[in-house]
Ligand binder design. Structure first.
Ligand code: FAD
Length: 635
C-alpha cells in the first residue's frame, strides 16, 4: 500500500482560477466540504493575467444592450458552432455574476454617473466589458479570494477551524482521476515542493484547469497551461469537443525574442488603437469578410466617427473577431508588408493623448517600456499573432457542467462548446463566473443525489497511480534515453509550424507522424535527481498531457475540411454549412495511448433563439434544409 497523505471531501475543485474559485464558493455555499487544488500559487492562476475585461450586457454605456444582443454577438463570433444553450445561459446570467462580484468587494472603473464602466471589444456590438484599467483579471481573482476568506471566517466562527469546509491546496498537481466503476471517486497528485503524494477522496470533481497553450511555441499562456484537465478528463473516460479550434490572438509582442507571444490586450484597439503595415496603411479595411460587411465601416472617416457616435456609424474593422484580425496580420506579413521584427504596427500614440493612454492602459505602457524599451505614448508597438485560448474542451451538459462521466464536472477554459469556433474577447471571464457557479451547483446536487452510495477508491488504483507518477525516474531504454525539455521544445515547434494559425492537410498529416514519434520518444524520458522540487520531473508529467491534447488538436484539424473561426485550412478556405452541423468528438482510444476522433450532429438551434437573427444572416451559416421551417424569410 502506497504511503501518502489522504483527505476526504464532498467536492474537489482542480484549479484556482476564476472558474475554480467560483465553483468552490458555490459548492461551499450549498453546504459541501470543498477542497481547491492548484498547481500554481494561490492567486497566480491564469485568470490573474486577464487584462481587458468581463463581457456582460449591463447596458451601462449604451442602454440598447441586452442579453439577446450579447447572445447574437457570441454566436456570430463562434460562427454559429457554439453550444447555443451555453451561449444563452452565459448572455442571460453574466450581468448578475458581475454585480455579484461587487458584493464580494470588486471595484470596477466607473462611468461619470457612477455605474460600472464598460469598454468596446472586438465582435461586441456595444461597449460591454466591465474592467479595472487593463488589470481586470487581478481584481476578479482578488475579490473571489476575498469571498473565500470571508466564508472561511464564517466557518471558523461556527466550527473553530477556518479550513473545516473550504481548504486550498496550493502548489499541488493532480496527475490522475480515480474511479469506482464508472463513477468518479477522487484525485491523485503530488506536492510540487516535496514530491510527496496526496490522495483526495471525493464523489464529485470539478475540473477548472484552464487551457493548452504551452503545446505551442509562441503563446500568451504561462507555464501551467499544459492541458492537464483536458487529458485527465480523457483518461477518466470523458469526451472532448471542438479541439481543432485554437484561438491565435492577433496581438502578441514580437520583439525582443525573450518576450515573443506576451499578450497586447485588445483594449488597445477597443480604445482607439489602429493596425498599420510597413507602408503606413490601415490595412484592416481590405479584410472585412462578406458575412460582416454590413456591420463594419469600409472607410477611415466612418470608423473613426464610430468611437463617438455608435448609433449612426459602423464599427472599425480593427474590432472584427480575433480570428479575422489574426489572419489579416498573417497575410500582411507574408506579403512583405510587415514590421522589422515580423509583425505589424499597432498605434495608439497618434490616437489618444499620452495621459489618457497611461490612465486606460497602464499595464501595456509598463510592459512595453520595461520589456521592449518602447514608449507607447510616443511610438507604435510591433505585434503579431500568438496562441492564446482553446475553444475546445470537455463536453459538458450546459445547465450543470456535468461531463459524460458520473461525478466529473468541468468549467472555464477546460470546458468546450460555449465559444464555438472562436471566442470573443471578454467572454472568458464571464464564462468562468457563469459556469463556475453552475458547476458548483451541479456537483453539489450530484453529491446530494448519491445518498449513502458513495464511491470508494481501490488501493490497487492508488498503487498504480503512484507507480505511473514516478515511471520517468526508472530510466528509458538504454541508448534511447530522452530529456523532457528537448521533447517539449520539439512538440511546441511542431504544433506551431504544422498545426498553427494557417493549416494545410499535408502539413497536419506530417504533424501527426511527428507526434507519434514524440510519443515514442517520451516513453524513454529519464528524469534525474529526486522528487523534491524537480522541474524536469514536473515537465515530464505535464508532457504526457500535452502530447495527448496535441493529438486531439491535430486529428480534429485534419478531419475538418473547412475554415471556420480558429481553424483555417488553406486547402479548404471556405466555411461549409454542412460542417457547422457537426462536432468532432475526441475520446481515449482502446489501448489508452492515443485518441479516436468521430463526428456527431449538433443539437439544432432552438426556434425562438433562431428568431433573434435575420433570415439573411442565418442563410450565410445554415444549410437550406435547416432553414426550411424558419419564418420571416423576407426579413
Ligand atoms: P485559470 O485561471 O488558468 O486557472 C487554472 C488553474 O488550474 C490554475 O490554478 C492552475 O494552477 C490549475 N491547474 C492546472 N492544471 C492543474 C493540475 N494538473 N493540478 C492542479 N491544478 C492545476 N479573457 C477575458 O474574458 N478577458 C480578458 O481581458 C482576458 N485577457 C487575457 C489576457 C491574457 C494574457 C491571457 C493569457 C488570457 C486572457 N483571457 C481573457 C482569457 C482568460 O484569462 C482565461 O481564459 C481564463 O482566465 C481561464 O480561467 P480558468 O479559471 O478556466 O483557468
Amino acid at each position: 500500500m502506497t504511503e501518502l497523505e489522504r483527505h476526504d471531501y464532498d467536492v474537489v475543485v482542480i484549479g484556482a482560477g476564476g472558474a475554480g474559485l467560483r465553483a468552490a464558493i458555490e459548492a461551499r455555499q450549498q453546504g459541501k466540504r470543498v477542497a481547491v487544488v492548484c498547481k500554481s500559487l494561490f492567486g497566480k492562476a491564469h485568470t490573474v493575467m486577464a487584462e481587458g475585461g468581463i463581457a456582460a450586457s449591463m447596458g451601462n454605456v449604451n442602454s440598447d444592450d441586452n442579453w439577446q444582443v450579447h447572445f447574437r454577438d457570441t454566436m456570430r463570433g463562434g460562427k454559429f458552432l457554439n453550444n447555443w444553450r451555453m451561449a444563452e445561459l452565459h448572455a442571460k446570467e453574466a450581468p448578475d455574476r458581475v454585480w455579484e462580484l461587487e458584493t464580494y468587494g470588486a471595484l470596477f472603473d466607473r462611468t461619470k454617473d457612477g455605474k460600472i464602466s464598460q469598454r468596446n471589444f472586438g465582435g461586441h456590438e456595444y461597449p460591454r466589458l466591465a474592467h479595472v484599467g487593463d488589470r481586470t483579471g487581478l481584481e476578479l481573482i482578488r475579490s473571489l479570494q476575498q469571498k473565500i476568506v470571508s466564508l472561511q471566517q464564517e466557518d471558523k466562527r461556527e466550527t473553530g477551524d477556518y479550513e473545516s469546509r473550504l481548504k486550498v491546496f496550493a502548489e499541488c498537481t493532480v496527475t490522475e482521476l480515480l474511479r469506482d466503476g464508472d463513477r468518479i471517486a477522487g484525485a491523485f497528485g503530488y506536492w510540487r515542493e516535496s514530491g510527496r503524494f496526496v490522495l483526495f477522496g471525493a464523489p464529485a470533481v470539478v475540473l477548472a484547469t484552464g487551457g493548452i497553450g504551452k503545446s505551442f511555441k509562441v503563446t500568451s499562456n504561462s507555464w501551467e497551461y499544459t492541458g492537464d484537465g483536458h487529458a485527465l478528463a480523457l483518461r477518466a473516460g470523458a469526451s472532448l469537443i471542438n479541439m481543432e479550434f485554437v484561438q491565435f490572438h492577433p496581438t502578441g509582442m514580437v520583439w525582443p525574442p525573450s518576450v515573443k507571444g506576451i499578450l497586447v490586450t485588445e483594449s488597445v484597439r477597443g480604445d482607439g488603437g489602429v493596425l498599420r503595415n510597413s507602408d503606413g496603411k490601415r490595412f484592416m479595411f481590405d479584410y472585412i469578410p462578406d458575412v460582416f460587411k454590413d456591420k463594419y465601416a469600409d472607410n477611415e472617416d466612418e470608423a473613426d466617427r464610430w468611437y463617438t457616435d455608435q448609433g449612426n456609424n459602423r464599427r472599425p474593422p480593427e474590432l472584427l473577431p480575433r480570428d479575422e484580425v489574426a489572419r489579416a496580420i498573417n497575410s500582411e506579413v507574408k506579403a512583405g508588408r510587415g514590421s522589422p521584427h515580423g509583425g505589424v504596427f499597432l498605434d495608439v500614440s497618434s490616437r489618444l493623448p499620452a495621459e489618457e493612454i497611461i490612465r486606460r492602459l497602464p499595464s501595456m505602457h509598463h510592459q512595453f517600456k520595461e520589456l521592449a524599451d518602447v514608449d507607447i505614448t510616443k511610438e507604435p508597438m510591433e505585434v503579431g499573432p500568438t496562441c492564446h485560448y482553446v475553444m475546445g474542451g470537455v463536453e459538458v451538459e450546459p445547465d450543470t457542467a456535468a461531463s459524460s462521466v458520473a461525478g466529473l464536472f468541468a468549467c472555464g477554459e477546460v470546458a468546450g462548446g460555449m465559444h464555438g469556433s472562436n471566442r470573443l474577447g471578454g467572454n472568458s471571464l464571464s464564462d468562468l463566473l457563469v459556469f463556475g457557479r453552475r458547476a458548483g451547483t451541479g456537483a453539489s446536487e450530484y453529491v446530494d443525489g448519491l445518498g449513502d452510495k458513495k464511491p470508494v477508491i481501490a488501493e490497487s488504483d492508488v498503487d498504480a497511480a503512484s507507480r505511473r507518477a514516478v515511471a520517468e525516474f526508472d530510466g528509458g531504454e538504454a541508448g534511447a534515453q530522452e530529456n523532457p525539455y528537448t521533447v517539449h521544445t520539439q512538440l511546441q515547434q511542431t504544433m506551431n509550424d504544422l498545426v498553427g494559425i494557417i493549416r494545410r492537410g499535408g502539413e497536419v498529416e506530417q504533424a501527426l507522424v511527428a507526434l507519434e514519434e514524440l510519443k515514442q520518444r517520451a516513453r524513454n524520458i529519464v528524469v534525474e535527481g529526486h522528487r523534491q522540487f524537480n522541474p524536469g520531473w514536473h515537465l515530464a508529467l505535464d508532457l504526457r498531457n500535452m502530447l495527448l491534447v496535441s493529438e486531439c488538436v491535430a486529428k480534429a484539424a485534419l478531419l475538418r475540411t473547412e475554415s471556420r473561426g480558429g481553424h483555417t485550412r488553406e486547402d479548404h478556405p471556405a466555411m461549409d454549412a454542412d460542417w457547422r452541423k457537426q462536432l468532432l468528438v475526441c475520446v481515449l482510444n482502446a489501448a489508452g495511448d492515443g485518441v479516436d476522433v468521430t463526428s456527431k450532429d449538433q443539437i439544432p438551434l432552438r426556434p425562438d433563439l433562431m428568431g433573434l437573427f435575420e433570415y439573411t444572416e442565418l442563410a450565410k451559416y445554415f444549410t437550406p434544409g435547416e432553414l426550411a421551417d424558419v419564418p420571416a424569410k423576407e426579413s
